[in-house]
Design a protein around this ligand. Structure first.
Ligand code: HAM
Length: 429
């Protein structure tokens, strides 16, 4: 029996990885423009980090984590998300003491969630995310949203919807919690099993339930916006004003609660509205988490961030027919005819590569005609032909594959010659 990749995981093959690299490079450039620096944290962490960080009552912690004991008996978990690890790294490495504040960080990487796999829902997923730690300025909330929208828009997506909400501060949230318990308690027997437990543990999550979404009590549930205290309301107004100044369109949805426990104040999601995108439309989600750094042992540090799923981004590009066309070329293919020539080709390929020219050669002992076929297949810009005759003259024939023009160049000068030929392309990059 052949072995297949585990359920909920996929292989990214070279045809796709070039597209992913293009997307990642576009996003990295945006991060550079917004002045964010990359952080890389481990793929696994102590289980307790997510229990405390993401929250014991969340779906992620209750049923989706890949948790195992290592050989030393420690409970470790493959990271299901990136925020708690970044905060852990921020506290552990005392980034709050760095002279440049706030800390503006970004990351790419695999996350792991034991979910029921379907279109757009993987067990190993890739996220790009950012975290800004150390500022309570509503303009930062707007910057974070602006960065997220920039990624999608610069890659060509247009059918996007930005939804925002405020979950308020601790006081507003706990008043709202009481109001929700009061509201849903009389209907508890009609709710699904999960929501019956959520009523006490995490009543806000009831608003997000797919099973109970049509229950009449959902329509009449109190709105968080009516429970925001003065400070929370002002904060939310200021965030909206910043978005307005930048001309970023949004909808306010008081039912947007997010599935992780650390949020307060601003919460947001970006959806795809493209036809045929599928049932799961959320491309990215994020929000403020002003208490998390303290909860994980650091100083009081207001923070905000978001993460986007890269698989879902790829799906959205496809749904909007924004296929990434990469005209991949090979700068130089060296074709050797004969055994001595093959040795000389190896030497030349080595030299050209050291000189920065993207070069390849045949490794299957193909005839010259077949090697020219390869040259077309790999879109070679220049072909260098090394035959016995050429070698006797210490030269090679260089063919420009665009114009068909052929010139003899001495081996002593060929590296410089080709460098000049492809130089223009290097400058463009
Ligand atoms: P999240 O909403 O759990 O937030 O995930 C963010 C994004 O990751 C989702 O919108 C989706 O695009 C993608 N995603 C999540 N689960 C899956 C899955 N099973 N398969 C495919 N894609 C998935 C967070 O992870 C927070 N850490 C975001 C954040 C950063 N909040 C503040 N800072």
């Amino acid at each position: 029996m052949t072995i297949k990749a585990p359920r909920g995981t996929v292989d990214l093959l070279p045809e796709n990885t070039s597209k992913w690299q293009y997307v990642e490079e576009t996003i990295r450039q945006i991060c550079r423009r917004f002045n964010y620096k990359e952080i890389r944290t481990p793929l696994f962490e102590h289980t307790e980090l997510f229990q405390r960080g993401v929250g014991d009552t969340t779906d992620i912690v209750q049923k989706e984590m890949y948790t195992f004991d290592d050989r030393g008996g420690r409970s470790l978990t493959l990271r299901p998300e990136g925020t708690a690890p970044v905060v852990r790294a921020y506290v552990q490495n005392k980034l709050y003491g760095e002279p440049i504040q706030p800390s503006k960080l970004y990351y790419f990487g695999q996350m792991f969630r034991y979910e029921r796999p379907q279109q757009g829902r993987m067990r190993q997923l890739h996220q790009f995310g950012i975290e800004v730690l150390g500022s309570a300025d509503p303009a930062v909330d707007a910057e974070v949203i602006d960065l997220a929208m920039s990624c999608y828009e610069e890659l060509g997506l247009t059918s996007l919807k930005l939804v925002i909400n405020s979950l308020g501060d601790q006081e507003s949230r706990s008043d709202y919690r009481q109001a929700l318990i009061h509201h849903f308690k009389p209907h508890v027997d009609d709710l699904c099993n999960d929501c019956q437990i959520r009523l006490e543990d995490n009543p806000m999550r009831i608003l997000d339930c797919k099973k109970d979404k049509d229950h009449p009590a959902m329509q009449t549930a109190p709105s968080i916006l009516d429970y925001l205290n003065e400070a929370s309301r002002t904060y939310f107004e200021n965030v909206k004003a910043c978005l307005d100044v930048m001309g970023i369109a949004y909808e306010v949805d008081p039912n947007l609660v997010r599935g992780l426990d650390y949020y307060n104040h601003t919460a947001f999601e970006i959806m795809s509205e493209a036809d045929g995108f599928g049932a799961i439309t959320t491309l990215a989600g994020g929000g403020r988490y002003n208490g998390l750094v303290e909860d994980l042992g650091g100083p009081e540090t207001p923070s905000i961030g978001f993460a986007m799923g890269l698989e879902r981004l790829m799906m959205a590009l496809e749904a909007e027919n924004k296929t990434i066309q990469l005209d991949e070329q090979l700068e130089c293919l060296v074709i050797a005819v004969g055994e001595t020539a093959d040795q000389a080709a190896m030497k030349l390929v080595h030299e050209l590569r050291r000189a920065g020219i993207q070069t390849d050669k045949d490794y299957l002992g193909r005839k010259m005609k077949a090697q020219f076929k390869t040259a077309n297949r790999v879109n070679a810009m220049y072909v260098v032909i090394l035959g016995e005759d050429e070698l006797q003259n210490e030269s090679a024939t260089v063919k420009n594959m665009t114009t068909g023009e052929q010139v003899d160049v001495s081996l002593a000068e060929i590296t410089d010659y080709l460098k000049k030929c492809v130089g223009g392309k290097h400058h463009e990059n």
